[in-house]
Write a protein that binds this ligand. Sequence first.
Ligand code: CP3
Length: 343
Amino acid sequence: MTKLLMRALAGETLAVPPIWMMRQAGRYLPEYRATRAQAGDFLKLCYNSDLAAEVTLQPIRRYGFDAAILFADILLLPQALGADLWFETGEGPRLSTITGPEGLRALKGKDDIHDTLAPIYETVRILARELPKETALIGFAGAPWTVATYMIAGRGTPDQGPAHGLKAADRATFSALIDRITEATVEYLSMQILAGAETVKLFDSWAGSLKGQDFEDFAVAPAQKIILALKARHPGVPIIAFPREAAAGYVGFAKKTGADCVAVDNSVSPEWAAAEVQADGCVQGNLAPEHMVTGGQALVEATRRVVDAFAKGPHIFNLGHGITPDADPDNVQLMIDTVRSGH
Ligand code: CP3
């Protein structure tokens, strides 16, 4: 029988929605922390195919999620394009910065990324072999705008100021950077699919800061290009898009880009998303990740509300953003039990 996640992505309304969580392999799990320590650090873990496959499998073994997401990071692609990348403990990612045309010229081409990324494809191959037969395998990449915000600023930024600055000051360089990331992302995701990913997700974590025409040009258009190219090469492989905090931009996003599923964050209500987004197809989301920290009856009620709101159409149950390191693993189990109990 076809995997639940693939059925929801194909547009089927299911009695109980498939479940997975963004960042499901992560620091809230003691077994993840142990394997990361064994690997040395986060980046070494990403590039160690056996250990990356191991941490991908950990939440599947513990909870029996309906999908596993490849363990890697959206910033490995900039690294493969030639950026320096490191992680400052307790602070987050740091990269070399692109501030003008010379930075763009120094980048490698879209076909030169695979030496660096080969261990990621190997992780996918291991997972395709080792996952339980009912568990779907999700590959992923960052969307061009979100990746560009890190490549331009060299770090995470609260308002994506440096990227907006380059867009305003030197639109040609900015657009060319978006195009370079777009082309490389097609190659990267294509290789993940060839290695065994059954669906892929595009994370546009900072889509919410693109307004008006910028949203169309730098969130919608690149997603559409990537999806068109992947559909041409891999017909039948469904694609999930996550234009986080897009608000009204969620409406029509699936139609405009060709995405099979739109993931929604928890800044929109599930009732609104059911009416405005699920009308076009599968929706993924959108329980607030804070419930994984606070638990209790509030978690149960909020989980039921999400399940009920999306019950009349295709739905993949997920959080509205990644689970945080301070989450309690028992709360994850309570969420899963609540979804599957069908109350
Ligand atoms: O979801 C999963 O379990 C799959 C693996 C995955 C990671 N990052 C592992 C990770 C995925 C899909 C990502 C995506 C990612 N990475 C995004 C888009 C989604 C989002 O969260 O908005 C972004 C913006 C990044 C970049 C990134 N990676 C940042 C900003 C950070 C530091 C912040 C943080 O949470 O610590 C990371 C590190 C990172 N990526 C961790 C994990 C498990 C924590 C690293 C650690 O173990 O120390």
